[in-house]
Design a protein around this ligand. Sequence first.
Ligand code: UDP
Ligand code: MG
Length: 138
Amino acid sequence: MQKTLAIIKPDGVARGLIGEVIKRIEESGLEISAMKMISMTKVQAQGFYAVHRDKPFFDSLTDFMSSGPAVVMVLKGENAIGKWREMMGATNYKEAADGTIRCDFATDIEKNVVHGSDAPETAAFEIGYFFNAFEQVA
Ligand code: UDP
Ligand code: MG
């Protein structure tokens, strides 16, 4: 069993895609072990994406991530990290496989609807960034 952090980013929430994304998660067999709606500050977004602090897109990305409400979730299941990344599709929606969330809904390389952790170490950091143990059902 593995856990990953998933986010429905501010563009996904603003466009009414919460239900669509959660439907896909439920159909996938991944379990939702924690979920809440948050509104990140710029500083919280900078901390979350600290790994990208030297990238040219960092300032715009953290503006976007703090631009409105987002839904953060912990997903649990076998190969949860890889499975959720496969469901999301490639970072650049133009390269995302058919049927993935980003292929179906992203409008921009930045505004790509969803986030997912990319490795066990980043998943542990990202889950701990938003949830304590009492906020996860399993
Ligand atoms: N991003 C961007 N421009 C880029 C690459 C990434 O705006 O050239 C944004 C995009 O929202 C992406 C996030 O930065 O989801 C984090 O980038 P990463 O490479 O970690 O992609 P992800 O893990 O989200 O697929
Ligand atoms: Mg990433």
